[in-house]
Ligand binder design. Structure first.
Ligand code: DAH
Length: 338
């Protein structure tokens, strides 16, 4: 006949195996291995046993305790894995994943970054000015008289209070000279607005990079060298640059800049990309008047300025046929530049 300890062990193992949940398992642990549990009690009883039985019963007791402990642990492990797979069961791993789309830089912004980087290398700092301007900064200070056609309602968006949306970034020339004495070397990228009939090459909002360089003895040669370098860095070494006489109220002489490059689509054509010129002394005088000093003395200082059409440059560089694509947010278009 089995020893009562063996019977107790079997009973304990059966009970552990049939424990339906963690509470029942814990009750079984207390019942057998707890401080006054029946297996533990056998340890006490050992003391009363005759000497020769002690080693046999002691060995048996150890075996039973180990078996019960292991059974408790493995049943607890079963409960844990059951719980885990129950919660995993709610996840359908056959569902498609959730993609995390990473955006890309807009082609116009890419264009700006390239242009700014080239001017930075030539020592130009960034300048800024507001999109909503007054007539003085947009026209008067730039030597543009009241009767000039650009000032009409037809071409300019006026606000009810008489202010306007700047028609060019040349306003930043004035603002920068008002706040900073010469010498000066700045570029100002930004938006400009005109009341245009919108088509593939005209928009009511477009983008320019204005440039202004004021120092002693600045000449047309500096202007030409700077813009030629810029165009070749942007469009490739083989790019040809041409300067044609033009008229702007705020420069004298004034030049329009054309480029031609075999690297570009339609590379046999001259394309106009920029207005430029030597800063008109009347502009310096206007700035002095506003500053209340003679900081921009036209006898001492001279300078050149330019305004690059950024949308135009991006259209040429990326071979984009229609200006409106820049603002339509069509991912099929934008993805091509990612
Ligand atoms: N502001 C002119 C325009 O929007 C472009 C321009 C011409 C800017 C000559 C200049 C310049 O700085 O010197 O058409």
């Amino acid at each position: 006949m089995a020893h009562p300890l063996e019977q107790l062990g079997d009973e304990a193992l059966r009970e552990i195996q049939s424990a339906g949940d963690e509470q029942m398992l814990e009750a079984a642990r207390v019942k057998y291995l707890g401080r006054s549990g029946s297996v533990s009690n056998w340890g006490e009883q050992m003391k009363t046993l005759p000497k020769e039985e002690k080693p046999i019963v002691g060995k048996l007791l150890n075996e039973v305790r180990t078996a019960v402990t292991n059974a408790l642990e493995s049943r607890a492990h079963q409960f844990r894995t059951q719980k885990e797979s129950a919660s995993l069961g709610k996840i359908d791993i056959s569902l498609p994943g959730t993609p995390h789309e990473i955006g890309a830089i807009h082609p116009l912004t890419q264009m700006w970054e390239r242009a700014i980087e080239i001017f930075r290398r030539m020592g130009f700092a960034l300048a800024d000015g507001p999109d909503i301007e007054d007539e003085w900064h947009c026209f008067d200070a730039l030597n543009t008289p009241p009767e000039h056609p650009a000032r009409s309602e037809k071409d300019t968006f006026y606000l009810p209070d008489g202010r306007l949306l700047r028609t060019h970034t040349s306003t930043v020339q004035i603002r920068t000279m008002q706040s900073t004495p010469p010498p000066l070397r700045v570029i100002a990228p930004g938006a400009a607005y005109r009341n245009e009939e919108i088509d593939a090459t005209h928009a009511a909002q477009f983008h320019q990079i204005e440039g202004l360089y004021v120092d002693e003895d600045v000449s047309v040669a500096d202007l030409k060298g700077t813009l030629e370098f810029f165009m070749r860095e942007l469009f490739g070494r083989e790019t040809e640059v041409q300067f044609r006489p033009h008229f702007f109220p705020f420069t004298e002489p004034s030049l329009e800049v054309y480029v031609k490059s075999k690297a570009l689509k339609g590379g046999e054509k001259w394309i106009e990309v920029c207005g430029s010129g030597v800063v008109h002394p009347a502009v310096f005088e206007q700035v002095n008047k506003a500053r209340g000093d003679k900081a921009y003395d036209p006898e001492k200082w001279s300078g050149f300025a330019f305004g690059l059409g950024m949308d135009r440059l991006a259209m040429i560089l990326f071979d984009i046929p229609d200006l409106r694509l820049f603002a339509q947010n069509d991912l099929r278009f934008l993805r091509q530049f990612a």
